[in-house]
Write a protein that binds this ligand. Structure first.
Ligand SMILES: [Cu+2]
Length: 255
């Protein structure tokens, strides 16, 4: 059974497996709880039923049922912790450092995309900033895409359903997350944190291109915007006023 959006990244399957593991434990706990609630209601519901015993749960023989439940719960938590550790480590603790860098900045109400200039770095004077609603961020297939996630105003949330990636972005902080798409296509990038009246308009797209298509796209982009490193005013005009505002709101990126 597949209830999720199409899995198009290297690690989405691992997240799905974790979902099913947690779901299984919760489902078992749910079924046991429902039986424990409904059985006495039926068993002691009419006049002919035996009288239910009133227990306070302080005696040892009663207390053991709480202990058993507690131990089972702690054990399932421990299993989840052990299984998820590898996934957590790979995705969040030790992200890859090689790959294409992009910047995604949440503003009220749009996702602003930043492509690096010839220096390959985000937050420098040669960046190319795309600030258009429903715009597309182009990335290459089968390549690590390292995303610098920021917010300019309030808390937004970068949600890539096809990648199973969900990350809050906070003003004044840079979060690094990564993704490696295994299939070309156009995928949604939405905000999943209520961030104001036009929150629902924060719906942009990530377009995963073949390497040739991506190279051609970047070549076009460079020709159009002509990013030049270390040139002061003229290059900054091309990258619009937002470019100047984003870094200043962000203390971590300057270090
Ligand atoms: Cu938002």
């Amino acid at each position: 059974m597949n209830i999720f959006p199409e899995n198009v990244t290297t690690y989405a399957g691992e997240i799905d497996n974790l979902f099913w593991l947690i779901f299984t434990f919760v489902a078992i706990a749910f079924v046991i709880s429902v039986i424990a609630l409904i059985y006495p209601m039926i068993r002691y519901s009419n006049k002919n039923s035996p009288k239910a015993e009133y227990i306070t749960g302080e005696k040892k023989k009663h207390f053991k049922w709480i202990t058993i439940a507690l131990v089972l719960l702690a054990m399932s938590d421990f299993v989840i912790l052990v299984v998820e550790h590898g996934t957590w480590d790979k995705i969040e603790m030790n992200p890859p450092t090689d790959g294409v860098r992009v910047g995604i900045t949440g503003i009220q109400w749009n996702w602003v995309f930043t492509y690096p200039g010839p220096d390959g770095k985000i937050n420098t004077s040669d960046d190319i900033v795309i600030n258009e609603m429903e715009s597309e961020l182009h990335v290459p297939v089968n390549t690590n895409v390292i995303m610098e996630l920021r917010s300019r105003d309030v808390i937004h949330n970068v949600f890539l359903p096809n990648a199973r990636l969900k990350q809050d972005v906070l003003p004044g902080r840079t979060n690094i997350r990564w993704v490696n798409f295994t299939k070309e296509g156009k995928y949604e990038l939405i905000c999943s944190q209520i961030c104001g009246v036009l929150h629902s308009k924060m719906r942009n797209f990530i377009v995963v291109d073949s390497k040739e298509k991506y190279d051609a796209f970047m070549k076009d982009l460079y020709e159009k915007h002509n990013p030049k490193p270390k040139v002061d005013s003229p290059a900054k005009v091309a990258t619009d006023s937002l470019q100047a505002k984003v870094p200043s709101a962000d203390s971590t990126a300057k270090k």
